[in-house]
Design a protein around this ligand. Structure first.
Ligand SMILES: Nc1ncnc2c1ncn2[C@@H]1O[C@H](COP(=O)(O)OP(=O)(O)OP(=O)(O)O)[C@@H](O)[C@H]1O
Ligand SMILES: [Mg+2]
Length: 232
């Protein structure tokens, strides 16, 4: 479904991604991209979303080259990215935020709204509350719910458990697991151990390059992964 081939990505003169290649396949449920702070994980997602452009290499999304597609074209094709900063409209209500998420899919709004609030009942309970007044966990649910409103085929989540207490993070991961029954998830995580638990396949990104990739079991066999990212 997504095929990234040998891309370099720069911010001005600063190169952040180097000859990076990866594949997301139809039968993947959750593919994790893990790596330390500054490795380039968010940059990779921004590039897949069309916000940044590779300076060399190519990206194919659902069989189509993306170099001429705008970020909203890419959403319309079915790739939706929930950013690390969540980017909610804080002065709008929960309902209005969900409505914004559906901007590419206005026809099926009612049905999708029902599916999303079935998955996240708290969003219906807080329907008329301003997004900025939600708790951190609720804001994360809203950000994921808003992403789902666009009917993604692939949903990319940038550190969905970031800044949440462990128990809440666990609830978010349960929801992600549930969503992955229907939708392919790209999960960005700093916590390699959690990513190995949840994902079918994992790419380890270090200094802007793919250092290792494989199934959870294969990653566990790597001395480098064990020594650097897993304690004990
Ligand atoms: N807008 C920008 N302009 C210049 N440099 C940037 C910009 N955004 C990110 N960078 C640099 O690119 C590198 C990769 O950043 P990126 O945000 O992709 O890392 P990350 O893996 O998502 O890290 P984290 O785990 O902290 O979120 C970092 O060195 C960062 O300083
Ligand atoms: Mg990041």
């Amino acid at each position: 479904m997504i095929s990234v081939e040998d891309i370099d990505v720069h911010y001005g003169d600063l190169q952040v991604l180097w000859e990076l290649s990866l594949e997301i396949r139809e039968d993947d449920s959750i593919v994790a991209i893990v790596g330390p702070n500054g490795a380039g994980k968010t940059t990779l997602l921004k590039t897949l979303s069309g916000v940044l452009r590779p300076t060399t290499g190519s990206i194919e999304l659902f069989g189509e080259a993306t170099h001429d597609l705008s970020p909203s074209d890419i959403v319309q094709r079915g790739f939706v990215h929930v950013s690390e900063k969540r980017n909610l409209f804080h002065d709008l209500t929960v309902y209005e935020n969900l409505r914004m998420g559906a901007y590419t899919q206005r026809d099926e709004f009612d049905e999708t709204y029902e599916e999303v609030t079935d998955m996240f009942p708290v969003l219906e309970e807080r329907r008329d509350q301003k997004a900025g007044t939600l708790s951190g966990g609720e804001q994360q649910m809203l950000a994921i719910g808003r992403g789902l409103m666009a009917h993604p085929t692939v949903l990319a989540l940038d550190e969905p458990s970031g800044a949440l207490a462990p128990q809440l993070a666990g609830r978010v991961f349960e929801k992600i697991d549930e969503i992955s029954e229907d939708i392919t998830i790209i999960l960005i995580e700093q916590h390699v151990d959690q990513a190995l638990d949840l994902s079918d396949r994992v790419y380890l990104l270090e200094n802007g390059r793919i250092a290792t990739e494989g199934t959870g079991a294969e990653m566990l066999e790597s001395d480098h992964v064990r020594e650097t990212y897993l304690s004990g």
